[in-house]
Design a protein around this ligand. Structure first.
Ligand code: MN3
Length: 241
């Protein structure tokens, strides 16, 4: 199958065929239904936020959101590009000195770009709850939505150091699972498709919540966009089943 044929076949899973209620999210996806991380040239880019900087107030003050988005997410995008350039130069020159360091940097910062891009779409300023296929699978794999929330909260609060709580769909085992990610890239399961991610790096909460990570996580549960998680599952199922 050529790339164009692939795109034609997969275009059906984007845009109008997606669940209703999150049109802004649709705009942040490329033709294949994946999050847009790059421009046309393949360079990593910081995509536009799906809302204004004050949208999540009072939970996330505009200045906190702005700093998180521009300095932390934006910084990761810049370093991912820098690492990519250095690794490309090493390949061309045949001089591999320093590439181990930059491969680690690429893993860390590109994973940060991936997770932050998902994170911004995973939060909203109104109460949502899972329904349809997402709810069905949460009940199958965790017993109930409440039980899943308890587990996701536990792992988000208990990450050693900086990291993420993560609810994902693992296509190879056809089940949902929760991960306790360290930094941005450690303790993953290869192939997992993140549906709901919880940023528990200190930069995410310290300016408002100080050392009270648990309070931040508990409050974040009131802002989780389960419509977005449902769309992410829908896309993953169409791509992999
Ligand atoms: Mn962050």
């Amino acid at each position: 199958m050529t790339r164009n044929e692939f795109m034609a076949n997969t275009a059906i899973i984007t845009g109008a065929s997606l669940l209703k209620g999150n049109d802004v999210f649709s705009a942040t996806l490329n033709e294949s239904g994946l999050d847009k991380l790059t421009d046309e040239t393949g360079k990593f880019v910081l995509g536009a936020l799906p809302y204004s900087e004050s949208f999540l107030e009072p939970f996330m003050p505009a200045d906190v959101l702005k700093l998180h988005y521009t300095a932390h997410h934006g910084g990761a995008v810049n370093t991912a590009n820098k690492a990519t350039g250095i690794l490309k130069n090493a390949l061309e020159s045949g001089n591999f000195e320093g590439v181990d360091y930059w491969t680690k940097k690429l893993s860390l910062h590109l994973s940060s770009h991936v997770l932050h891009t998902i994170f911004w779409t995973n939060i909203t300023n109104k109460k949502t709850e899972p329904s349809g296929e997402l709810l069905k699978r949460i009940e199958k794999d965790f017993g109930s939505f409440d039980k899943m929330k308890v587990q996701l909260a536990h792992h988000s609060k208990n990450v050693d150091g900086n990291g993420w709580g993560l609810l994902g769909y693992h296509p190879q085992s056809n089940r949902l699972m929760i991960l306790e990610v360290e930094n941005h890239e450690k303790l993953t399961v290869w192939g997992i498709v993140p549906l709901m991610v919880v940023d528990v790096w200190e930069h995410a909460y310290y300016l408002k919540y100080k050392n009270k990570r648990a309070d931040f996580v508990d409050e974040l549960f009131n802002y989780m966009n389960w419509d977005n998680a449902a769309q992410r599952l829908e896309i993953a199922l169409k791509m992999t089943r």
